[in-house]
Design a protein. Structure first.
Length: 206
């Protein structure tokens, strides 16, 4: 994996409205919307690049990601968008796909959290780096760069991915600073928490 290429392929934004913090991520995939949608919603394909997902995968149903969060499926418009709760009713995740030039897809992920676990936009560090890993995994899968024997869970714990996580945290730190949605003290404290979770034993940078 080219870490720099994966980092720079994603646009990251952080905003805050009242007590709600929102992360917005954008990138282009080199595959058409139908294929990207299928990779995002078919359980067999999701297990190849993300994690096993179970549940009644339709509007009104629920889902559970193995070893991670679950939620309720609120809206679904194949192959354009879906909206779900993620880990709780005040945590909303929306994924949007639009056709890009040629056989490409413009991907957007928006995750809003009411009363996030860190003040203001610093709460982005609790979810942003994790979504970075998923977005990169999807890119590698769509490009045919994941072997059939690759286990996404094992890959997530590899030294290469841990270094990638650390670089993602630095990218989110700059996005949060640019947003002006939290104090430097709260940001530094949350960076330390994020590094301990996503990139243990990696020294933090300012």
């Amino acid at each position: 994996m080219d870490i720099l290429e994966q980092i720079t392929a994603v646009q990251r934004e952080v905003s805050r409205t009242g007590e709600t913090a929102t992360v917005l991520m954008r990138r282009t995939y080199q595959s058409g919307p139908e294929d990207v949608w299928d990779a995002l919603t078919d359980p067999e394909r999701m297990a190849r690049w993300f994690s096993p997902v179970t549940g009644e995968l339709k509007v009104g149903g629920s889902f559970q990601i193995q070893g991670n969060a679950g939620g309720e499926i609120l809206e679904c418009e194949p192959p354009k968008r879906y909206k779900v709760t993620f880990g709780g009713p005040e945590s909303l995740l929306e994924v949007r796909l639009t056709p890009g030039p040629g056989d490409t897809t413009e991907f957007e992920l928006e995750h809003s959290m009411a009363n996030p676990p860190a003040p203001g936009g610093a709460g982005a560090l609790y979810v942003g780096p994790g979504w970075d890993g998923a977005i990169a995994g999807l890119a590698l899968y769509l490009n045919g760069d994941l072997g059939a024997d690759v286990d996404p869970a094992e890959m997530a714990n590899s030294p290469e991915v841990i270094e990638y996580n650390a670089q993602c945290i630095h990218a989110w730190t700059e996005a949060i600073r640019a947003s002006g949605t939290t104090t430097e003290k709260d940001l530094e404290e949350t960076v330390a928490i994020a590094m301990a979770h996503y990139a243990p034993e990696t020294p933090p940078e300012n």
